[in-house]
Structures are given as structure tokens and as C-alpha cells.
Ligand binder design. Structure first.
Ligand SMILES: Nc1ncnc2c1ncn2[C@@H]1O[C@H](COP(=O)(O)OP(=O)(O)O)[C@@H](O)[C@H]1O
Ligand SMILES: [Mg+2]
Length: 420
């Protein structure tokens, strides 16, 4: 047996807890740390008090603790070059460098990359100044129109506008009022695509990729897709796509993305996450993210039966072609339990009851909790993600909801129609 590998996970949310949980099952794993991590994931990763943007501290820690792989969860450290920083110091990283991370961090660069590489996507125009953007809105014929701030905006930089007035105010908010700061320096106006959404993640080493099961998340707060947008209230996988659609996702979306990286000599190691609209003309890419999705990860990783750490190391060492990930049959469902007041004003501090009553077989991933004397409290908007597998989606949902039903805290909110 070869030497064990110590792993550092960057991040502290439900996605990172799921990564820690899965990596902890690997026979290759030595010590697993998370920075900053959380008390809720202590069973599978030791928290280290460093922020995701404290690059020097992170690099020093990797050198001092013999870290054999650093796995970067969130987009911000990727877009700010944490992977470059670590690679320069000889640390193996799962997570792309800054240049590739810009394909998530700039919608304009991403759309141009898609166009150059013939990836099916909505027609678009980019703008650097508010006046020409407003002209384009005024002369637009087809409504709705989608207005997107170019940069990272924590999921709030996209508005689907039904008519001229709301599109004009989106341009004003992003470009003139700069409600997302420099993220609104440029905007993209995009054709509205009709269909159902789905998302697919693939592990990628820059040459090859392997697809994980297709997932679907639920962004609205309330049942029936009502209420405000959130970071995601739950997810299910796999989404059953017909063979032709699945093949188009593999070849035309992911395949062309990776071909584009190669052609443009952009090195890549990490997850390629494609947000898809399944239109009547086939699947089209809404966007690419350069990291695991949250909460999609909490519903896709439980379906992986093979060794995630082995797959990630293969990516980091450029030998993904030899890897054959394996999956459990059936389905997985994840229900997010959110705090009172989420998403506008989540209330912190409520005690969480019933974590010890969760039936075996369900996993509870901590997203926003803190611990005091071994008791967990609400400490963020999305508090927990409760995931369960089943022989089919109906069974997975029954188990996930049974587990969620065992847990309670004041003002908790969760959807009863995940997967519907
Ligand atoms: N061209 C489009 N047509 C229809 N809906 C869109 C389009 N672009 C984005 N959307 C909607 O807006 C959401 C967010 O857009 P996305 O490009 O994924 O940006 P982000 O996730 O960074 O906010 C999508 O999940 C989708 O619901
Ligand atoms: Mg998106």
C-alpha cells in the first residue's frame, strides 16, 4: 500500500462537507483538513482557522502539514488565483488556475469562449458602457431579454426582464449604480431560452473528462417554484435525459468546452460544471462554473461508489484517461433546511434539535451551523443539507424527508416538493 495522502479542502459550506465526507471514505486518505471548515464536518475533516482568501497562510499550511492535495471548493479563491499560488509552491491542486476560472468569473469571456468553440448557447451581445447597452435594450424586439452583470455577483447578477423598463433598470443597477461593484463594469444581453434547466458536472484534467450524473436544483424558496431566488433549496440526481440529449451534453457542451481549453492552451484541473437549458433545439449552455455546485455536490457525490480521492489525484497528475468512476444505481435527493428570514435576512442563533435522531442511511451536511458545547446552532442562511439515496427517486425523497422531519429549529424553512 502506498503512502497515505493528506488533503486540505478550502471552504466551509455544505459542498465542502460533502467533499470531506466522500474523501474521508478513500483508502488513500491520510489526514483531512478544511480551511476554515466547520465544527459540523469535524467527523470527516479537521477545521483549520484560515480564510479561503488567506493565500500565504494556506500555502504555508500545505508545506508544513505535508498536504498531498488541496481541493478548492468556492469560486472566489479560484478566480483570485489560489490554484496558481499553490502550484507555484509545488502543491498539488484540484481546482483550476485563475485564467480558466475567468470562464466562470466573467460572463462575457465565457460567452465569447462558447461562441469561438461552437458550444450551443443563447445569442448575446456584450457592452462596456451603459449608453449603447440601453440603446440595444430600446431596439430589442424579442422579449423577455436576459441582462447579466459580467462578474461574480453571488448568484444575483442575472435578471430575466419581461419588458423594456425592467431591462433598462437592470442596466442602470449593474453599470451605473454598480450594485455589484466592478462586476457590473460590463454587461451581457442575452436571448431568452425556453426549457427546463439541469446541470452536469465533470471531472477534468485538461485533456479528458468524466461526467457525473446530471442533477437538477431548485432555486426558489417556496414550493411550486415561488418566492425569491436562493442559493438552492435542494437537488436531485440523476435527471433522466434521453440518450440523444445526454450525448449532446457530453459531446457538444462538455466535449467542446474541453476541446476549447486545449486549443486555447488553457490548463485545467478540476470540475467543469455546465448549467444547461434543455430547449426544443437541444441542450444549450447557460454558463460554466469551474467548481463543484452547491447543493448539486451534496446530491451527486453520494451516488459515486468509486474513490473520489483517486479520481482527483488522477486529474491533478494529468492521467484522468485511465480512471473509471463508478456509480450506485438509483437516485439521490437533497433537501436544504434554511434559517428563518432566508434569503433576505437569515436569523442566527436558533438551537438545532434532532440531529441524533436522523435515521441511518441519510447524510446531514452542515452548511451554516456553529457549535457550542457540542450543540449546534443556526449560523447561516442555508443551515443543513439532508441527503439520502434510494432505489429510485421516490424512495430517495421519502428517506431524505424522513430525515429532515427528525430535525427542527425555530423558523426553519424547507421545500416539500424537491424533485417534483
Ligand atoms: N439565456 C437565458 N434564458 C433563460 N433563462 C436564463 C438565461 N440565462 C440565465 N437564465 C436564468 O438565470 C439563472 C442564472 O443564470 P446563470 O447564467 O446561471 O448565472 P449565475 O448562476 O451566475 O447567476 C439561470 O439558472 C436561469 O434560470
Ligand atoms: Mg447558474
Amino acid at each position: 500500500m502506498s503512502e497515505k495522502i493528506n488533503v486540505l479542502i478550502i471552504g466551509s459550506g455544505g459542498r465542502e462537507h460533502a467533499l470531506a465526507w466522500k474523501l474521508n471514505q478513500s483508502p488513500l486518505a491520510g489526514r483531512i483538513y478544511a480551511a476554515p471548515g466547520s465544527e459540523g464536518m469535524r467527523d470527516c475533516a479537521r477545521p483549520v482557522p484560515m480564510g479561503a482568501l488567506e493565500f500565504d497562510k494556506i500555502t504555508d499550511f500545505c508545506a508544513g502539514s505535508d498536504i498531498g492535495l488541496c481541493v478548492i471548493g468556492p469560486e472566489e479563491p479560484l478566480a483570485k488565483g489560489l490554484a496558481d499560488h499553490l502550484a507555484a509552491r509545488g502543491v498539488k491542486v484540484f481546482g483550476p488556475r485563475r485564467q480558466a476560472a475567468m470562464l466562470e468569473a466573467s460572463k462575457q469571456l465565457a460567452k465569447e469562449f462558447m461562441r469561438r468553440n461552437y458550444i450551443p448557447t443563447a445569442a448575446f451581445q456584450s457592452f462596456y458602457d451603459p449608453q449603447p447597452a440601453k440603446e440595444a435594450v430600446r431596439s430589442n424586439k424579442k422579449w423577455p431579454l436576459v441582462v447579466k452583470a459580467d462578474g461574480l455577483a453571488a448568484g444575483k447578477g442575472v435578471r430575466v426582464c419581461a419588458e423594456e423598463a425592467s431591462a433598462l433598470s437592470a442596466v442602470e443597477d449593474f453599470m451605473e449604480k454598480r450594485i455589484f461593484g466592478s462586476s457590473g463594469a460590463r454587461v451581457v444581453l442575452e436571448e431568452f431560452l425556453e426549457g427546463r434547466e439541469a446541470s452536469v458536472m465533470a471531472l477534468c484534467d485538461g485533456r479528458d473528462f468524466v461526467m457525473l450524473p446530471v442533477a437538477r436544483d431548485h432555486k426558489r424558496l417556496r414550493d411550486g417554484d415561488e418566492g425569491p431566488n436562493t442559493g438552492g433549496m435542494g437537488a436531485v440526481a440523476p435527471v433522466e435525459l434521453d440518450a440523444e440529449t445526454l450525448e449532446k451534453v457530453r459531446v457538444d457542451v462538455l466535449g467542446r468546452f474541453v476541446e476549447g481549453l486545449k486549443k486555447e492552451r488553457i490548463p485545467y484541473c478540476g470540475v467543469v460544471f455546465a448549467g444547461l437549458m434543455l430547449t426544443k433545439d437541444g441542450p444549450k449552455a447557460l454558463e460554466f462554473n469551474v467548481r463543484f455546485g452547491d447543493p448539486e455536490t451534496q446530491t451527486v457525490l453520494p451516488l459515486l461508489s468509486s474513490d473520489l480521492l483517486a479520481h482527483m489525484l488522477a486529474c491533478a497528475e494529468g492521467r484522468l484517461a485511465g480512471e473509471r468512476p463508478e456509480f450506485h444505481g438509483g437516485a439521490c435527493a437533497t433537501v436544504v433546511m434554511a434559517a428563518a428570514g432566508y434569503p433576505e435576512n437569515p436569523e442566527k442563533g436558533a438551537g438545532i434539535r434532532g440531529l441524533d435522531k436522523v435515521p441511518a442511511g441519510a447524510e446531514v451536511f452542515h452548511a451554516g451551523t456553529s457549535a457550542q458545547d457540542g450543540r449546534f446552532k443556526v449560523a447561516g442562511g442555508r443551515v443543513l443539507g439532508v441527503a439520502a439515496r434510494g432505489g429510485d427517486l421516490a424512495e430517495a425523497l421519502r428517506r431524505a424527508y424522513a430525515a429532515a422531519g427528525a430535525i427542527s429549529f425555530e423558523g426553519m424553512q424547507y421545500r416539500r416538493d424537491i424533485g417534483a
